[in-house]
Design a protein around this ligand. Sequence first.
Ligand code: NIG
Length: 381
Amino acid sequence: MAVLITGIGELTTNDPELGKLRGAALVLDGETVAWAGPAAQAPDADERVDVEGRAVLPGWVDSHTHLVFAGDRTAEFEARMAGQAYAAGGIAVTVDATRAASDEQLAANLRRHVEEAAAQGTTCLETKTGYGLTVADEARSARIAGAVADEVTFLGAHLVPPGADAESYVDLVCGEMLDAVAPHVRWADVFCETGAFDEAQSARVLKAAAERGLGLRVHGNQLGEGPGVRLAVELDAASVDHCTYLSDADVEALASSNTVATVLPACDLSTRQSLAPARRLLDAGATVALASNANPGSSYTTSMAFCVTTAVLQMRMTIDEAVWSATAGGARALRRDDVGYLRPGARADVHVLDAPSTTHLAYRPGVPLTHAVWRKGAKLR
Ligand code: NIG
């Protein structure tokens, strides 16, 4: 059934030829966008929805979350707000709670957060394993994620489980664990950071995953400068995420690569780090994505709008750059072009704001602006 969305005050297509249109219309046919253009030229459809001058943009593409988890880290957050530093070790608290949870509890918690994100306009979401850290727990995390999320990443190399020998654990990740998760995931990731995995260990994990045909992603340069960005670029990872502390060489390497720099402003704020240098990356010519990093430790929000607002108000991105980075940029970080765009052939993932333009995302910080959402052509709200 074809649906004509008309009365669009401002249509962000992210398509270089269509650009941003005023007085526009959009036709969804089943799960796909069939037509986008000036309202006066819109074709007929079975159903007509008038959005009365509101802004319409592609649904958010959240390319970085950790939502297969159980438990709570409020106490850690409170300690951080009282001055304690964030450290990789907090992950172990969530690992214990996740291992103790049933499949049903993990699936329900994941679904609850994915629905929370969708209600705010997120229509394509990546999530990761990484709170299991045994073969069985990583495999079930991957299976549960695969039933709910658009994209699933294996992050067995999130933390060396307390008490385990790091090299033996990397052997397990690259062997039996990778074999167990591979049928359920498209991506592999590693937390390349002091307190997690060093450069050699990270390279072993990424190369083993690439040999299994998985795409690569890296958590890098979150807590300080380090080898993460360089390694990601060398191995042609789709994305290196965090990028909070970058050397000039890191910025140059990203600018001349196909690796997207995914910045996670909610995490930077929630861990009281500096905000990632998105302006510096953009000025150098790097591709920047914005993602929520929703997880119970370092960034417990599913709000992509909050990330966009912060990117504009505090990271000196323009509105158009921030909106692109949270939609088409996220898609680029997942090496997809079917989401993050509103043009013929794209997935019918539509976000209608209760505002006349995307500028209001930064102009009205903190105000919930999601008016309606379609995902794969189905109206969610
Ligand atoms: O991306 N950096 C590593 N992993 C997550 C944090 C996970 C946690 O603290 O539970 C992140 O910030």
